[in-house]
Design a protein around this ligand. Structure first.
Ligand code: EPS
Length: 387
């Protein structure tokens, strides 16, 4: 499976091409648009989301609601383009916008200007913007169609914002958590933490204490067959692929699987998930500290990926910077942005996990048609059930 996205935050559109999905996969435009809408939500988003109302257009690869086996081309238009036609003109203009020369600490601005020999950080921020995640979510939604065939569900919820943590008592019911998170403005299933998170975001919107907030989200994939990924090479390990995919989302600074960094704190007897067998249920675990992955492969337990998002670097009260033209000390560039985008990032995390799992499913089961894919999948599942 391979895919590419293109597009700028204030350009005409975002686009994506994905290739390698089997033929005859049902593609539902409403289902893709539903994912795009989830990404646009969340308490703490800025004014841009009132302009955009993302919907996908499919330009190739699908006929009568099913894939044909060729590349699928997707388009999500930027409504804001209307306001940027001149400033983001593809052809030269008579009166170009003055260059933006004050890099925001934490953003791609500074290194990007050096790397791409740019005197105007507009040329950097447009592509580095998290707006591109709309294209990734559309691709993730396409991949969910394959995951559906395999019975895999990908869910998410927010576990922390601005140092306020959600608490859950075992046994963990991921369906109940995800259903509650879906109703929450901050995608948090713990009502007490939710109220505090909203209050913290409100504070960052107030004059005098304006700021941005990061947090932690968790993505869970249920019903993954054991054996996706492999232990044989670094780049075939599913944990390295999942963490790279989630780490690629703008503003993510840490990704962990299962118990994550916690494994370093306690002895092995408190970390590893004991294995049991019951005639009725087959192989069982009492715990899932491994987060569903052992030796770079799924082990049949829920795959649990957690990511830490830094507070957005477009600060309403800008930090110290240097003007790249004059070398004078200045305050960093500020333009309209979000206060907190952790709830949105959780849905983007789902998309990156869906893309990675679709890739791993196709690697293991292959097939040029869904029928062939299903045949191979069920052959394997029957074989491991007989063990
Ligand atoms: C972003 C800055 C803001 C966000 C944007 C990501 O855009 P603008 O400068 O137009 O206000 O709203 O996110 C989106 C547009 C989106 O759809 O998620 C950035 O600098 O990364």
């Amino acid at each position: 499976l391979r895919f590419l996205t293109g597009g700028e935050s204030h350009g005409p559109s975002l686009s994506a091409i994905i290739e390698g999905l089997p033929a005859n996969l049902p593609i539902d435009l409403d289902a893709i648009n539903k994912q795009l809408k989830r990404r646009q939500g969340g308490y703490g988003r800025g004014a841009r989301q009132q302009i955009e109302s993302d919907t996908v257009e499919i330009l190739s690869g699908v006929r009568y609601g099913r894939t044909m086996g060729g590349p699928i081309t997707l388009l999500v238009r930027n409504r804001d383009w209307e306001n940027w036609r001149e400033r983001m003109s593809i052809t030269p203009v008579e009166n170009p916008d003055p260059p933006v020369t004050r890099p925001r600490p934490g953003h791609a601005d500074f290194a990007g200007m050096l790397k791409y020999h740019s005197n105007d950080l507009r040329t950097i921020l447009e592509r580095s913007s998290a707006r591109n995640t709309a294209a990734l979510v559309a691709l993730g939604a396409i991949c969910r169609a394959l995951l559906d065939v395999a019975g895999i569900e990908v869910l998410s919820h927010v576990v922390a914002i601005g140092g306020i943590h959600a608490h859950f008592s075992p046994p963990i019911d991921y369906h109940a958590i995800a259903a509650r998170a879906e109703e929450s403005p901050v995608r948090c299933a713990d009502p007490e933490a939710e109220a505090q998170m909203i209050a913290a975001i409100d504070k960052c919107m107030q004059e005098g204490s304006r700021d941005t907030l990061g947090g932690i989200f968790e993505v869970v994939a249920l019903n993954c067959p054991p054996g996706l990924g492999s232990f044989v090479h670094w780049d075939r390990k599913l944990d390295s692929r999942l963490t790279a995919a989630v780490m690629s989302i703008q503003a993510i600074k840490g990704v962990e699987i299962g118990m994550g960094f916690g494994v370093a704190e306690v002895p092995g007897s408190k970390v590893h998930d004991e294995l049991f067998f019951q005639q009725s249920a087959g192989f069982l675990r009492g715990t899932n500290n491994a987060g569903g992955i052992e030796g770079g492969m799924t082990n049949g337990e829920p795959v649990v990926v957690r990511a830490a998002m830094k507070p957005l670097s477009t600060l309403p009260t800008p930090l110290a910077s240097v003007d790249m033209q004059t070398h004078q000390p200045v305050k960093a560039h500020f333009e309209r942005s979000d206060v907190c985008a952790v709830p949105a990032a959780a849905t983007i995390g789902e998309a990156m996990v869906a893309l990675t799992l679709a890739d791993a499913l196709l690697e293991k089961f292959g097939g040029d048609s869904v029928e062939e894919f299903e045949h191979n999948l069920h052959g394997y599942l029957d074989a491991i059930r007989a063990r």
